[in-house]
Design a protein around this ligand. Structure first.
Ligand SMILES: [Zn+2]
Length: 141
């Protein structure tokens, strides 16, 4: 883990990122919970990739919006994440599984949440949300 000189994105980039997450929420497939979530990752260089939650009748196969955004980005050849925004009613923070998936690509990442009802935003660093993250590569001989 690096001693961080991480700087969160500028306000205009955060605005763009949050708007992308809100927009991505429109694609959420959540017929079981009706909890619609949009996410967007900001890459170094400014590109934004969106994701939404995709539920499944078996429940356990449900994919969170954050992981969809990350995997879509990786599939497109981009994994230099700088920040992520998550939009939902209530401004939910990423679940534990998503925090670990984000940690795979580095702890220097700002996590923004937005409550789509009142617009309230919060920002946390991933390193705050997942202290002492598991890193299997640290354990290899
Ligand atoms: Zn999750």
């Amino acid at each position: 883990m690096s001693t961080s000189e991480y700087e969160p994105p500028a306000d205009d980039e955060v605005l763009r990122l949050v708007q992308a997450a809100i927009s991505a929420r429109n694609h959420a497939y959540a017929p079981h919970s009706h909890f619609y979530v949009g996410a967007a990752v900001l890459l170094h260089g400014g590109r934004i990739v969106e994701g939404c939650n995709v539920e499944n009748a078996s429940y356990s196969l449900t994919q969170c919006a954050e992981r969809v955004a990350v995997t879509t980005s990786v599939a497109e050849g981009h994994r230099n994440f700088r920040a992520i925004a998550v939009a939902s009613v209530g401004g939910a923070m990423p679940c534990g599984a998503c925090r670990q998936v984000l940690a795979e690509f580095g702890m220097d990442m700002a996590v923004y949440t937005v409550d789509v009802i009142d617009g309230e935003q919060k920002m946390r660093l991933l390193s705050e949300l997942l202290p002492d993250a598991f890193s299997g590569t640290d354990l290899l001989p």
